[in-house]
Design a protein around this ligand. Structure first.
Ligand SMILES: [Zn+2]
Length: 582
């Protein structure tokens, strides 16, 4: 323990002197000084693929211990990380000193796959998350209808298309309870939509309406649409909802980003923006109104927008709050609604393998063009066929244009991967971008869809790491709860919020605290080409910092269930305190 502690001190000293961050030697007072914290800098080496820790990790026979207690910040950057007793040189008349009283400090959290416009809209909509029955959902809509003028749309979201897949709702009860408002209720992951009769009438959807390729309009015995839409048919009804005015959308997205700040996040990677949304983000950035950083992925479904950016080229790496250098491709559907493309039939629907590629609107030529221009591509792929075909496409493009292989492409979700394809992520340098909460939310039905063998390659965080895949964790909100303590708890325990199942669901795929926290910080920095600017707490880095009231390193070993009780105390972005509890 002594030797290791000394080695840690020497390493820290080496880092400090390398960056000119010795106390008092480079310009005096800090703007912000955090003292008496349990600071985990993540400046030690990444754990190996099997999770074993590097010798320089601050870990010994007694478990984890923090490797610093104080951080000084000046002009948006960290200028000192070390011991509280060495901070005198940073205390000036205008320095704000915060006594953390033993709270835990980690590098600022990144949610590397979000939909903050969806989150903002969700904050305004009828909330159907965690609603168990059709009756309860209808009751909530009926209650909202009392305060909305007749004829105006009511939009809700969050009923779980995975959990409800064997008893999908239809328009009957909803139309009876809410006859005078058009109603559209998006499912949790947006792969299903539920409407009442008035919405069908307004949208002009009749028995004659045909579903697009890759979509399904459910019908009653009379051949009439029954109000339930799946996969690519959902836009038939969702597009009929008039778009909110731009000011409303801007207000919603600011509210969503403020919510993320409150929940400890310093950055979101926004997974699929259209021109209107980019426009709003650019305006918010120009007027200095983005509370946290946004790493933008342009939606390849908005071809005009992508072409505009192909002509212009990806943003150069800057300190700007909005950086655009990625595009988002959509390769297949979701597992819950049986849209994910599988190599063999769904275990619970013989003859059905989901939809993918051209049938799902994937544009390979445009993807290749963006890659050649230097954009990172993030491909949504969920089924084992979806993942294999996405890797095949990337590999083909790498072969044709070798420089494109350098751009850290990502597969979003990488949810079900055939054993043969797991090593290909590492070999091709493709980042697996995954959601620990999805494993917990899908476990009720995922094995039914996949059967006992394919499930072993699902949500397979450990297998991917063991085979050398870079990893980044995220929530895919608003489809899943982005609460970091829920994310860490899912990643470390493979148990849900009710602590089920005891011992974890396919617990061999769990990761440890070092890996889980890195997947939300330093590894997410890598996924955005920012590992030299952020991701760890060290002099010279952006002052992006999250303070929490639990120590997840210690709890992961001693009492993992109580990670769920953690709370965010402070969020700092570029040296600015953007959230502070109380
Ligand atoms: Zn998403």
């Amino acid at each position: 323990m002594q030797i290791r502690a000394l080695a840690g001190t020497l390493l820290l000293a080496a880092i400090l002197s390398a960056c000119g961050g010795q106390p008092g030697d480079d310009g005096g007072a800090a703007d912000l000084l955090l003292v008496n914290g349990r600071v985990y800098t993540l400046t030690w080496g990444d754990p190996a693929g099997d999770g074993s820790l590097k010798p320089d990790a601050p870990y010994d026979d007694n478990g984890w211990s923090p490797d610093a207690s104080a951080i000084a910040v000046r002009n948006g950057r960290i200028v000192f990380v070390g011991n509280t007793r060495d901070t005198h040189g940073y205390r000036g008349v205008s320095t704000r000193v915060v006594d953390l009283a033993g709270a835990t400090v980690i590098p600022g959290l990144v949610d590397s796959h979000t939909h903050v416009f969806g989150l903002g809209a969700a904050l305004d909509q009828v909330d159907l998350v965690d609603v168990d029955t059709e009756e309860e959902a209808v009751a909530r809509v009926a209650e909202r209808a009392q305060s909305v003028p007749k004829g105006s749309w009511i939009v809700g979201r969050g009923w779980d298309e995975g959990a409800w897949a064997n008893r999908y709702p239809d328009k009957a009860l909803l139309s009876e309870a809410v006859p005078d408002h058009p109603v559209f209720l998006a499912s949790l992951h947006s792969f299903a939509g539920w409407a009442n009769q008035m919405a069908l009438d307004v949208a002009g959807i009749t028995a004659e309406t045909e579903a697009p390729v890759g979509g399904e309009i459910r019908r009653g015995a009379d051949g009439e649409p029954n109000g339930l839409f799946l996969n690519r048919a959902v836009p038939l009804i969702s597009d009929a909802v008039p778009p909110p005015p731009r000011e409303t959308v801007a207000r919603q997205v600011i509210a969503a980003l403020e919510q993320m700040a409150k929940d400890g996040y310093v950055t979101v990677h926004e997974a699929g923006l259209n021109a209107g949304e980019m426009d709003i983000l650019e305006e918010l950035e120009a007027s200095d109104r983005l509370p946290i950083r946004v790493y933008a992925m342009l939606s390849l479904r908005d071809e005009d927008l992508v072409r505009k950016w192909i002509a212009r080229g990806p943003d150069q790496d800057t300190d700007s709050m909005l950086v655009t250098r990625a595009v988002k491709a959509f390769y297949d559907g979701a597992l819950g609604s049986r849209g994910a493309r599988l190599l063999y039939d769904y275990a619970d629907r013989p003859g059905h393998r989901g939809v993918s590629g051209d049938d799902y609107g994937f544009n390979e030529a445009l993807t290749e063009e963006a890659m050649r221009k230097g954009f990172q591509v993030a491909v949504h792929a969920i089924g084992d066929a979806g993942n294999r075909e996405s890797l095949d496409i990337l590999e083909r493009i790498f072969t044709r244009h070798p420089p494109t292989a350098m751009n850290r492409h990502r597969i979003e979700h990488a949810q079900v991967v055939h054993p043969d394809d797991i090593p290909r992520f590492g070999e091709l340098g493709v980042i697996a971008s995954m959601e620990p909460p999805h494993a917990m939310e899908d476990k009720a039905w995922a094995e039914a869809r996949l059967g006992p063998e394919r499930i072993l390659g699902a949500y397979a965080w450990r297998s991917l790491r063991e085979h050398g895949s870079p990893l980044t964790f995220n929530s895919d909100n608003p489809g899943s709860d982005h609460d970091i303590f829920y994310g860490l708890h899912s990643a470390i325990t493979r148990e849900d919020k009710q602590h089920e199942p005891e011992g974890g669901w396919f617990a061999e795929q769990a990761v440890n605290a070092d890996e889980a926290i890195r997947a939300y910080t330093s590894w997410s920095a890598y996924a955005a080409f920012r590992e030299d600017k952020t991701g760890i707490l060290a002099p010279g880095r952006w002052a992006d910092i999250t303070v929490i009231d639990i120590d997840p390193f210690v709890l992961a070993e001693q009492d993992p269930g109580s990670i769920l009780d953690g709370r965010v105390l402070m969020t700092v972005v570029g040296g600015k305190v953007v959230y502070e509890r109380d």
